[in-house]
Design a protein around this ligand. Structure first.
Ligand code: ATP
Length: 328
């Protein structure tokens, strides 16, 4: 049965990503536009359990669109994984007269949202916020474009030093289960090889390519490695293996790490987050729940949270093909 919504809550949960603030702002502003009250829940599900909740209005979102991180903070909550924890969370929603919630986060946060929504028949909409772009049901997650641009900016700088010293650099970028950042940053930065979890090229083929590249006259090389790549045990092991087998290479490793999560969001992420926030509020007003908003082929779409969690966002084969051709 369609529920009449008067007050909407918004939270960020799990790992942070640039553009989360723009999404928070959009939910608050869209709520104000439709004459709904809104509250912000601090520190994700843990803050909801502890009642860390603040009333918002259109002006609370002032100057938020351009800021990195999340003004509502984010957290992981073990307590929310328990029935008792979720009951406390529900009691706080009742206490604050909250009728619906928008959760900005990754697939763990959506799993929590789904469990909670089914348990208490509470309307929730998800906004995909993660730099890894690994969520099914959207071509882009909020934060991915910014992370990609941060990665490429740094890789360009590493290229300068690599070519000055005739070195081979292994650069590890984020992506535990997905190679979207590695593949796209690798193509954009002109890397010689790109190693991603979705494709195991094998360590020996890597040696062959690097050797071929050296013989063709290249004096410096970049190999972009996704965090979750399985070619070696880790990027340091991979570098050592190459150094041991191709001693003519002077090998270095650079792990980009958390810098990829920070910084002001790109224009693309700000617009994406703004569109998703508006769509999420409109879906709640329309009586929808348990879905994630996404951007597919340029249009706002919805995907059941259940599917968003279960399936993966596959690597585009066309981009893989381009990558292969580029590394000829
Ligand atoms: P990232 O992609 O950055 O890791 P995420 O949203 O996947 O973000 P998680 O730490 O996996 O981050 O999940 C965030 C929170 O969601 C957890 O700390 C927990 O509170 C809640 N959660 C995850 N799985 C469940 C579950 N099965 N039941 C209840 N709550 C859950």
């Amino acid at each position: 049965m369609k529920k009449f919504i008067k007050k909407v809550a918004v939270m960020t949960s799990g790992g942070d990503s640039p553009g989360m603030n723009a999404a928070i702002r959009s939910v608050i502003r869209a709520a104000a536009f439709y004459n709904l009250d809104s509250v912000g829940i601090y520190r994700g599900y843990q803050g909801l359990i502890e009642g860390d909740i603040e009333h918002m209005n259109a002006r609370s979102a002032h100057h938020l669109v351009q800021k990195g991180g999340t003004a509502l903070k984010t957290a992981r909550s073990k307590e929310f994984m328990t029935v008792e924890g979720r009951k406390k969370a529900y009691d706080n929603l009742v206490k604050y007269d909250i009728d619906a919630m928008v959760v900005i986060g990754g697939d763990g946060s959506f799993t929590g949202a789904m469990v909670f929504s089914n348990e208490f028949d509470f309307p929730i909409i998800g906004i995909p916020g993660t730099i890894d772009n690994d969520i099914f049901g959207t071509d882009f997650t909020v934060g991915y474009d910014t992370a990609l641009n941060t990665a490429i900016e740094v890789i360009d700088k590493i290229r300068d030093t690599a070519s000055s010293h005739n070195r081979l650099f292994f650069v590890e970028v984020m992506g535990r289960d997905a190679g979207h950042i590695a593949l796209n940053a690798g193509i954009g930065a002109g890397a010689e090889e790109i190693l991603i979890p979705e494709e195991d090229m094998g360590i020996d083929r890597l040696l062959i390519t690097l050797e071929k590249s050296r013989r063709s006259g290249k004096t410096s090389s970049l190999v972009i490695v996704a965090e979750g790549d399985k070619t070696g045990d880790n990027v340091f092991h991979l570098a050592k293996y190459v150094e041991d087998n191709l001693p003519e290479y002077d090998v270095r490793v650079s792990v980009l790490g958390h810098m990829q999560r920070g910084g002001a969001p790109s224009c693309f992420d700000r617009v994406l987050a703004s569109r998703m926030g508006v769509h999420a509020v409109e879906l709640l007003i329309d009586g929808k729940s348990n879905v994630m908003v996404g951007l597919q082929n340029g249009k706002m779409t919805t995907t059941p949270l259940e599917n968003a969690i279960k399936e993966n966002n596959p690597i585009d084969k066309e981009i893989l093909r381009v990558s292969d051709i580029m590394s000829v």
